[in-house]
Design a binder for this molecule. Structure first.
Ligand SMILES: [Zn+2]
Ligand SMILES: [Zn+2]
Length: 800
């Protein structure tokens, strides 16, 4: 409950941030007060050995919170459990308690901790080391572990802190040498598991199935304990991720201060125009810098989250510049924080911010993982961080028990941000989105089955864990390609070299292009072959761990992109022209004049150039490129509209329609906006998906709008779009009409990666198209093959 007066300080800070803004430019679109939450405690479970209890008490935990006890007890009773609660709610204790208790009472037991980043893994290891429970022997095993120490870890460590990459390349292929460890394996801790989504999530899901299989070979059956940010249906997600039943603990017993959330939309600029003379808004980063400076003047300890590292640095600089003029003594109290800092450096920033030597810090998402900063006076988010889970995780850094805090969400110039700035319920009252992953994707499944067979021959009963018939089909193709051999006892890997090294669990399973620094020949990373022309074309600005590089040459035959370190003032976005072919339709819903489809498609694309854009949003120029066509086999969701309905012929008087000449622009604008909004329903980035619209498509014979996954085989995004079709298109329509621009801008229907230079685009036509489709779909409660018009209950398509 919100008590009157609790938000006084936050309201004061907000007033300060908006002081002097003329009324007609007032940027705040909504203010919400979120109630404080009181702490709820539980009792230490009876099964906790005295040594472990003492360790927790002397590390400062007098009494555990209720959710910690609930999750720890589930794990102790050998049930897989996911604890999905807010930022700083002490999720570590939930797994430390059962793991340390088991390691203390069973001298043969071992445990594995996995985190997506080395920084987080290092922090968790330190926390366990500091507790100093006798006999636990925690140790790190990742790419940084010296060869000289690896043998000791294998032979003696009882709690190994590692990451999925090392599990894949280090532990599983060498399992005979880890026999002691696997034999005793009692727990597998999967931290920050909400990060395992999309293609990477599908890889990790299969990796965890391989892990369980190897453990079983050694007679172990580990309990999985997962920690997650709050997400929709964490039990279902965790079950899908680990491939076994998992219960969820979501009732957060940790206390939190009251927060006031302000939604902020920067005004359209008078002095600047973008592509096709569209209006542009002030950048979210520049706006965040001004807010940051004002809050620092008020003495509020503030964290500003900015999407890129360069953006974070520019925001910190701009805030310092403002302060240098109005309050020079405060300019040194603002800093930028980035990924790649050493643990000691991170500790310093943490301590300085908590102690008040620093008042304002601009950061990338780096701070989301592995840094323990909470209880701040204010958080500024420059742009939607992509998922509601991240939004709550970042805003959860503000507010501590007994004091209120301010959260400001600054919208970027993009349809999703526009939608959220005008639809506070979608941001503040919606359950966090489900994380999507698809372990049945054959592009991901094939390499993992090859690895599994190389770890030990695969038997028919084991296939159930890997998707049953889907796995069987993939194995048949691996046998046909002579990669595996089928014998009566199972499937065998027969080559001398193991397949593990060729499998990039952070890639899509397709061919990879190496990104190499020309001067040093250093391999910076890899990008998918399918997307290379779009991300590492000549002239592209390529970001790697926040460092900026410019691509000199893309050699597709050799599979190498050569880059040099350079940090220009602009960013680049590739433009491609796309063709799509329907390969098969897996699901189809038929309405009066409209069909909604899900299926496999072949997407043929060609990058034709790229746009250089300054960080202010101003477009510098378009640079043409001549690159070969790429073909991507993936999944898509698409809708078709018949001509009669689309152009309003034969409709009842007053029926809407679009003039034939406006149809291409209307469909194109509706497609762009839909791509921008899909990330609201599936945890993807708009760069993970693409689209095509056409007035007559060869395969459907009708006006069609496609939205497709950007990864070979798909990552589940198109499937989510199909399942959430009505809410998705409803939100798309809302985003377009919420934008006050006259004829289309980046905040509504323009797309940063449009291969047609954002032409033609018809904003009003897009609304008409979306109205037609929603009316047709909403008028039926299910697939209306017989064209009946039953009541429209909740506008759903009658599917789940
Ligand atoms: Zn607009
Ligand atoms: Zn376009």
């Amino acid at each position: 409950m919100t008590r009157s007066g609790t938000a006084a300080r936050a309201r004061h800070l907000l007033a300060r941030a908006t002081a002097g803004v003329p009324d007609d430019r007032y940027p705040v679109t909504h203010i919400a007060d979120l109630a404080a939450r009181e702490a709820r405690f539980g009792d230490w479970p009876e099964w906790v050995p005295p040594a472990v209890l003492d360790a927790f008490v002397s590390s400062g935990v007098e009494k555990p919170w209720s959710h910690q006890v609930e999750a720890a007890s589930a794990a102790w009773s050998r049930r897989n459990v996911v604890v999905a609660t807010g930022t700083s709610s002490g999720k570590s204790l939930a797994y430390q308690l059962p793991v340390l208790s088991t390691l203390t009472t069973d001298s043969k037991a071992t445990a594995l901790y996995l985190s997506p980043t080395k920084a987080l893994s290092g922090d968790q290891l330190r926390s366990v080391c500091d507790m100093d429970v006798a006999g636990v022997r925690p140790a790190r095993y990742d790419g940084d572990t010296p060869q000289s120490e690896r043998g000791w870890v294998r032979d003696h460590a009882r709690w190994v802190f590692s990451n999925p990459d090392m599990l894949h390349r280090g532990l599983l292929p060498a399992h005979p040498r880890w026999a002691r460890f696997f034999r005793g394996l009692s727990y597998v801790v999967v931290d920050e598991c909400h990060g395992y989504r999309g293609v990477f999530g599908s890889h990790v899901a299969l990796l965890l199935r391989r892990l369980r299989r190897v453990a079983r070979r050694y007679g172990a059956d580990p309990v999985f304990v997962l920690a997650s940010a709050t997400t929709a249906d964490p039990a279902e997600f965790a079950t899908r991720l680990i491939g076994d039943d998992c219960v969820a603990v979501t009732d957060d017993g940790s206390p939190h201060g009251a927060r006031t959330v302000a939604l902020w939309e920067p005004p359209l600029l008078d002095e600047l125009t973008g592509e096709n003379d569209a209006p542009v808004r002030r950048s979210a980063g520049a706006e965040a810098a001004r807010i940051l400076a004002e809050l620092v003047i008020e003495g509020a300890r503030t964290l500003a989250f900015v999407r890129s590292r360069r953006g974070a640095e520019l925001t910190a600089l701009a805030a310092k510049r403002i302060l240098a003029e109005v309050a020079p003594e405060l300019a040194d109290k603002v800093a930028a924080y980035r990924a790649g800092y050493l643990p000691e450096e991170r500790r310093e920033v943490e301590a300085a911010l908590l102690g008040g030597e620093l008042l304002g810090v601009a950061t990338t998402n780096a701070l989301e993982l592995g840094v323990d900063i909470s209880g701040l006076d204010a958080v500024v988010l420059a742009g939607y961080p992509g998922t509601l889970a991240s939004f709550w995780q970042q805003s959860g850094r503000a507010g501590r028990a007994g004091e209120d805090a301010l959260v400001v969400f600054v919208a970027r110039d993009d349809p999703l941000d526009t939608y959220l700035a005008h639809h506070p319920k979608a941001l503040l009252d919606r359950p966090v989105e489900a994380a999507v992953l698809d372990p049945a994707n054959p592009y991901v499944l094939a390499p993992h089955l090859a690895c599994a067979a190389a770890e030990s021959a695969l038997t028919t009963p084991e296939l159930d864990d890997f998707g049953g018939d889907a796995a069987k089909a993939v194995l048949d193709s691996l046998v046909a390609d002579s990669l595996l051999r089928r014998r009566p006892s199972g499937w065998y890997w027969t080559a001398r070299d193991r397949p593990h090294g060729d499998v990039d669990i952070r890639g899509s399973g397709a061919e990879q292009i190496a990104v190499v620094e020309s001067d040093t020949s250093r391999l910076l990373g890899t990008v998918d072959g399918a997307s290379a022309c779009g991300t590492v074309h000549p002239g592209a600005v390529y970001l790697h761990r926040g460092e900026s590089y410019v691509v000199d040459e893309l050699d597709l035959e050799q599979g190498i992109a050569f880059v040099h370190a350079e940090d220009p003032e602009w960013s680049t976005s590739a433009r491609d022209v796309v063709d799509i072919e329907v390969l098969d339709v897996s699901e189809k819903l038929v309405y009066d004049g409209v069909t909604v489809n899900l299926g496999h498609v072949a997407v043929t694309s060609r990058v034709v150039g790229y746009l250089r854009r300054l960080h202010t949003g101003e477009v510098l120029d378009h640079v043409p490129l001549d690159l070969p066509e790429q073909v991507l086999h993936t999944r898509a969701v698409w809708y078709t509209i018949d001509d009669q309905l689309l152009c309003g012929q034969g409709r009842e008087p007053g029926g809407t329609g679009v003039e034939p000449a406006r149809v291409p622009g209307a469909l194109h604008a509706a497609e762009h906006a839909a791509i921008g909004l899909l990330p609201l329903f599936a945890t993807c980035d708009r760069w993970d998906i693409g689209g095509v619209s056409t007035a007559v498509h060869a395969d459907t014979g009708e006006a069609t709008v496609f939205v497709h996954d950007g990864h070979p085989g798909g990552a589940g995004f198109a499937d989510r779009g199909f399942a959430a079709f009505v809410p998705w298109l409803t939100a798309t329509r809302e985003a377009v009409i919420s934008c006050e621009c006259p004829a289309g801008c980046p905040s509504c229907v323009q797309s940063p990666k449009c291969g047609n230079g954002n032409e033609p685009l018809d904003k009003a036509g897009a609304v008409a198209v979306l109205d037609l489709v929603l009316a047709a779909v909403g008028a039926a409660t299910g697939p209306a093959h017989d064209h009946t018009h039953d009541q429209a209950a909740d506008g759903s398509t009658g599917r789940t």
